[in-house]
Design a protein around this ligand. Structure first.
Ligand code: AMP
Length: 140
């Protein structure tokens, strides 16, 4: 499948769609998932127009995994999580709904159930506050 330049993450990267951004560098962008499965659900994407892990240039993958590590650490701190789950879906059969490579960062704690994937839109004021918490933790 050819990369769709009008997928929602491509629009976020071009500034055509809003996002609650927490981190950005030359190669990557991180922002809050708008339909979080748990509070603090954050996404990290490469800026490269890459559909999934199979079509990704390994160098780009390397550039992407660095912020996955640092943002995951910040999310863990900001949400006082006992653990962090990383998820990365490839292909509709695996549940991928946005065809631009991305890593999910999901803070987990015992007793905190995850909501269903990509279902309920979060309150924007809450997402803004959550983004601020992650940004503050990144700056510490
Ligand atoms: P996947 O199903 O693995 O492709 O994940 C796509 C994720 O993108 C889902 O968790 C959605 O909730 C999330 N999502 C979709 N649209 C947006 C958006 N505009 N801003 C932030 N996250 C989004």
């Amino acid at each position: 499948m050819a990369y769709d330049v009008d997928n929602i993450f491509a629009k976020i990267l071009r500034g055509e769609a809003p996002a609650f951004k927490v981190y950005e560098d030359e190669f990557s962008l991180a922002f809050m998932d708008v339909m979080p499965q748990v509070p603090g659900h954050t996404l990290v994407i490469p800026k490269d127009p890459t559909e999934d892990v199979f079509s990704a240039d390994p160098v780009i993958l390397g550039h992407t995994i660095n912020p996955v590590q640092s943002v995951a650490a910040a999310v863990k701190k900001a949400f006082d999580a006992r653990g962090i789950m990383l998820a990365q879906l490839n292909g509709a059969a695996a549940g991928q709904t946005v065809f631009h490579l991305h890593f999910h960062i999901l803070p987990r704690s015992e007793g905190l159930e995850m909501l269903l994937h990509a279902r309920a839109m979060a309150d924007f004021a809450e997402l803004e506050a959550h983004a601020q918490r992650v940004k503050s933790a990144l700056g510490e």
